[in-house]
Design a protein around this ligand. Structure first.
Ligand code: ZN
Length: 320
């Protein structure tokens, strides 16, 4: 266990140094945060009812699923709610789904969580927003409690449980959405957004954090790999909101309030987000799959999936 901790610390410092200031320095763990311990290799063995550790004996578990292969490590996690989880590292087989040749572009937004290039819009869950009132009340309840008292601990537990519930619901929606996108499409095209940069925009940050864009991308990445699908990330500097997806005319900057606009060249009427999603699709090499490669008349150069580390100007460029 101690070796694991030392290894984790080593990894944290290495990536911090490597990032040259882009990442936050490693911080000390706190007793009030989630706690975890990782146990490796031959020091544990899964049994029918749980996991057996030398000297400690058997820890009973509620299995949420069968392990597909012998685990190489187990992490026991106690989250801030006081719930315990066991997380195993296992090897899984890739299970490619039959190819279907479909490709979609996806525009991440706030009015809709995602807009798919075929016109489908997924409503934003806004779980955090709906929990805000209750959260304020619970947090007010922390005031005036004595440090270290049982009452403070209880009140903190209530806040943590509400936060946990919100997080559970959000991840559930994102799991279902990413599963659906990967199952229905051969290629999914996303825009590379500098999420932590946009989060600095105070007006939008709460809504964006609530939407969980980055988590969606992470889930899509691993599902694409596992099911033999393709996930493509196009550069965030593509003018996807400004270009007409029908004729390729560049119509100039649109402020966030403009939901629909008419192309001044071909007078096509566009829904802002659907148009952007179609441009995202057209800007990627995956467009060929749909046979709409010929439509690269949008003049958007296909770009690689190289993630850019440049900071944007307060999120303006990404959202324009
Ligand atoms: Zn046009």
């Amino acid at each position: 266990m101690l070796q694991q901790s030392a290894g984790d610390l080593d990894k944290a410092f290495r990536s911090w140094w490597k990032s040259k200031g882009n990442l936050r320095a490693p911080r000390f763990k706190r007793r009030s945060h989630a706690q975890s311990v990782r146990i490796c290799g031959k020091e544990f063995g899964p049994t029918d009812h749980g996991v057996r550790f030398p000297k400690l004996g058997e820890l009973k578990l509620c299995w949420s699923r069968d392990l597909p292969s012998p685990p190489s490590s187990v992490t026991i996690i106690k989250d801030c709610r006081g719930q315990y989880y066991a997380s195993f590292v296992v090897e899984v087989e890739e299970r490619p789904l039959p190819a279907n040749g479909k490709a979609v572009g996806i525009d991440l937004g706030l009015a809709a969580l995602v807009v798919i290039s075929d016109g489908d819009k997924i409503a934003p869950p806004e779980f955090f927003r709906s929990a805000l009132k209750r959260l304020w009340r619970l947090q007010r309840n922390l005031k005036g409690k004595v440090q270290g008292s049982n009452r403070l601990a209880k009140a903190r537990g209530r806040v943590a449980r509400l936060h946990g519930k919100v997080a559970d619901r959000r991840i559930d929606v994102l799991h279902k959405l990413s599963t659906r996108l990967i199952r229905e499409n051969q290629a999914v095209v996303l825009e590379d957004l500098n999420v932590s940069g946009i989060l600095k925009n105070r007006k939008l940050s709460r809504a964006i954090a609530d939407a969980g864009w980055r988590m969606l991308r992470t889930l899509l990445e691993y599902r694409a790999k596992r099911y033999g699908r393709e996930l493509q990330i196009i550069s965030r500097w593509e003018p996807t909101s400004q270009t007409c997806s029908a004729c390729g005319h560049r119509d100039g900057k649109k402020s966030l309030g403009v939901r629909t606009w008419t192309c001044s060249a071909c007078s096509a009427v566009h829904d802002r987000d659907v148009n952007a999603a179609q441009n995202i699709l057209a800007a990627s090499p995956a467009a060929r799959l749909n046979g709409c490669g010929a439509e690269s008349k949008t003049g958007l150069p296909a770009s690689g999936s190289e993630a850019s580390t440049r900071l944007d100007q307060g999120g303006q460029l990404c959202l324009a």
